[in-house]
Design a protein around this ligand. Structure first.
Ligand code: SF4
Ligand code: SF4
Length: 193
């Protein structure tokens, strides 16, 4: 019988304690954000989604070489010396390579930051953008090379022109060599006669 009343007292007291905790939180500031209507503001140096500013990329591949999981894929094309269409980086560095492909696979990324340190133009960096969840893994491959079609065509044309000029120079050199050789053999024949 005593145990019976003890259980009742215990039930009442624990209920009172739990209601006390609930009641206290009615008057404290809520820490839960109503996502997606409300969002956390991320710390300035947080490592969320990587970004690459194509306008400042010189295609040196240092970031890709530093990546321990090879999740940066870059394709570049060397432009002829006299081609000025690529312009300069914001720091005044002349661009000599057309960066045609620059993909980062964020599904593979370790968020280690090793790619950001060697970049000579500081154009690859972490952003505070953390909302990149997706149903398709393939959608986590980000393409950061928005190459204008016209620029691509101009580069290919310039490369073709350079090839033709080189071929013409090679043929001219060959022709000159043959001419020199035949002239010197004519001179030898004259001397022998
Ligand atoms: S943060 Fe690390 S794993 Fe991710 S792309 Fe850069 S080097 Fe590669
Ligand atoms: S290190 Fe920087 S400049 Fe070089 S390829 Fe990577 S992003 Fe471009």
């Amino acid at each position: 019988m005593t145990q019976y009343f003890q259980n009742i007292i215990e039930a009442i007291s624990t209920t009172a304690v739990s209601f006390g905790v609930t009641f206290k939180h009615l008057f404290t500031k809520s820490v839960t954000l109503q996502y997606p209507d409300e969002r956390w503001e991320m710390p300035e140096r947080s490592r969320m989604r990587l970004y690459m500013n194509w306008d400042d990329c010189i295609g040196c591949l240092k970031c890709a070489r530093a990546c321990p999981v090879d999740c940066i894929h870059i394709t570049t094309t060397k432009v002829p010396k006299d081609f000025d269409g690529l312009g300069e980086t914001s720091g005044g560095m002349k661009k000599r390579l057309l960066v045609e492909q620059f993909d980062i696979d964020m599904a593979e990324c370790l968020y280690c930051g090793l790619c950001t340190f060697p970049c000579p133009t500081d154009c690859i960096y972490f952003t505070t953008e953390y909302e990149h969840a997706t149903y398709e893994k393939g959608e986590l491959v980000y393409d950061y090379a928005p190459v204008p079609e016209q620029l691509k065509n101009d580069v290919y044309e310039a490369i073709e022109e350079e090839k033709k000029a080189k071929e013409a120079a090679r043929k001219e050199k060959q022709r000159q060599k043959t001419k020199d050789r035949s002239e010197s053999s004519d001179e030898d024949n004259d001397q022998e006669a």
